[in-house]
Ligand binder design. Sequence first.
Ligand code: SF4
Length: 165
Amino acid sequence: MRTIEEMFKEMKKIAREEGYKFNPHKVELQDILQGMWDNEQRYGYPSCPCRIANGELANDMDIICPCNYRDADIADFGSCLCTLYVNDEWIAGRMPKEPVPERRPQEYYIKGYPSIKEQKGAGGGEMVEVYRCQVCGYLCAREEAPDLCPICRAKKERFEKFKMK
Ligand code: SF4
């Protein structure tokens, strides 16, 4: 079982490589990391500390940190929903530190994250591709491969297009 310090060390390494920054306020940062670490102990994966997880990996795929919504939230509001990841404007106070609205569809809290088949069949078949992480086998349906595998942290280059049978 990794410690909080070990977990954050891994996160920092990836964030450095990817150009992401963390909340500079030590107490806030520690609270967020503690919540994420607690979730990792509880569920076996580091689900978002400011969202209620379902507890089934397949249902929570989009809210394993870093979640699917991080980049859009940072672009629009300067921080992710939990204010774990922030940008320079947010740090410098050039962006208002207002609560970030939840971008995750509410239905995902009820039904869980849609399976790949559901996403492909829900009118998104032409828009999304299924990508597979060649390192751990994680599958996701998106317009493009994620920057980072939420399970094993492999980089985008390690994803391949996956053909559904
Ligand atoms: S990146 Fe997403 S999952 Fe991670 S702390 Fe921020 S909002 Fe939560």
